[in-house]
Design a binder for this molecule. Sequence first.
Ligand code: MF3
Ligand code: CO
Ligand code: CO
Length: 285
Amino acid sequence: MTEEELKLSYFKTEPIPASILERMEECRRKGMLVPDETLIKRPSQIAGIREASRINAAVLDEVAGKIHVGMTTQEIDDIVQEFTHAQGAICAPYQFEGFPKSVCTSINNEVCHGIPARHRKLHEGDIINVDATTIYKGYYGDASRMFMIGKCTDARRKLVEETKKCLEIGLEAAKPWNTVGDIGAAISKYARSKGYSVVRELGGHGVGVDFHEDPFVAHEARAHTGMVLVPGMVITIEPMINAGRAGVVIDPYNGWTIYTRDGSDSAQWEHTILITETGNEILSY
Ligand code: MF3
Ligand code: CO
Ligand code: CO
């Protein structure tokens, strides 16, 4: 077998169960957007993505145990890189489309894609998102968490907690034969009820054999729209929730970091999940 044939051999050795193919066909007949068969992960792939996601969660546990007031975001980058490499794994962000560091660290009004730096210290009262993506044996796991540095204002604490709730509400909607739009509809309804806004320019994504796969998972969407969720799909849910307005701007100097346009605070939590026959399984625990 050539390498290419080997890579695609799972199509034959691990076929999609007939019952799932039938249900997909039924969805197609109803005019729903149905995933390509390459987006339905097979048992051997799921095993690999599960391992990568477990290491990814351990990376964030390591950060959680060491993050403190006065630390620099470069030190977080060092921890992530060293721990990841000690597991025999790789940091996906490093040199991804030119990203210069191994992890994203986004503070306060930074929405995502903050770049670790020696001059950037964590101050008492800051909120920070640490977003790590791990590659292990070619498979990807992607997750992020918020950390509150020392004593934060009630407003910041509430934003962090309610954003975590947004992720949990998204997880409840991530059931087989729902659509990706159901996830964004549930999240945006809740966020708006709390007076927050949802970032629209960035979202969750398929993940596992590549960093970013289809579908795009909008966190503000209409129910019953977008791609249908099929058992075997692996996606992230990663709502970015702003305390103020939804608009964002990109850093003109580094071309990466996304900020809230109005300068308000933003929070984000992310998990990698597997759509199962009955609901979903969080892989990045
Ligand atoms: N981890 C981010 C996500 O959740 C992507 C970061 S891309 C990088 O999709 F290049 F900034 F690392
Ligand atoms: Co992601
Ligand atoms: Co991520």
